[in-house]
Design a protein around this ligand. Structure first.
Ligand SMILES: [Zn+2]
Ligand SMILES: [Zn+2]
Length: 212
């Protein structure tokens, strides 16, 4: 930026702005300056944008994303290295838990006679599913004017590559939560949980990242 200002004072003005602070926040790069030339700010924004799409350690393309609840900028390769290091040989500790049993963990969301309900989805979607189930449980428990009854009977991946729920009892107050998890699942690698894209094959779609 300094070089740009020196070379093009006609565009950026001839005064270098005071940079107050540079830090990482919410997985992104923040640069705080005192009031300065608008062209300078636009140029700075463009450069920050570029930096934020690059993983700080390896230089691969990456996007800010929520991984296990905190925001970070990891490329899919480094993210998978991280998972392996962290959870090596301990699949049960994988985020959130490969052995998630909805009947056991969220008894209010299944019928009383459901002894066990294990979702048949990839491990990469477990965080999304956990968040959805928690939010749904909250809706059910906090309903005060009329009771909300939700009974999930199955969770799986649809042929279109998004998460799919079967319900024996459903309430439309869940519409928005369902829409959100549907969209999120289409953008999350079903295997590892990194940002992914829908990959269509002949008869079935999957959501995968470049690594997987
Ligand atoms: Zn990387
Ligand atoms: Zn992946």
């Amino acid at each position: 930026m300094k070089r740009s200002v020196e070379r093009h004072p006609d565009v950026f003005g001839d005064e270098l702005p005071d940079v107050q602070q540079i830090k990482q926040k919410l997985g992104g790069l923040r640069v705080y300056t005192r009031k300065c030339n608008q062209n300078f700010l636009d140029e700075l924004d463009a450069r920050i944008d570029e930096i934020e799409r690059t993983y700080e350690k390896c230089g691969n393309a990456a996007q800010v994303q929520s991984i296990q609840g905190y925001l970070t900028t990891l490329c899919c390769w480094c993210y998978n290295d991280y998972l392996e290091d962290r959870f090596e040989g301990a699949e049960a500790k994988w985020p959130t838990d490969l052995k998630l049993d909805i009947a056991d963990r969220f008894p209010d969301l299944v019928s009383a006679d459901t002894a066990s309900l294990k979702p048949s989805i990839g491990a990469g979607w477990l965080v999304l599913l956990g968040q959805f189930l928690q939010a749904t449980e909250h809706v059910v428990r906090k309903a005060f004017t009329e009771p909300v009854v939700v009974q999930i009977t199955d969770v799986k991946m649809s042929r279109e590559g998004s998460i799919h729920f079967d319900f024996s009892k459903f309430d439309h107050c869940l519409d928005q939560l369902l829409r959100r998890i549907d969209l999120d699942s289409k953008r999350t690698c079903a295997k590892c949980g990194h940002k992914g894209d829908i990959v269509r094959k002949k008869d079935k779609a999957n959501v995968l990242c470049t690594h997987c």
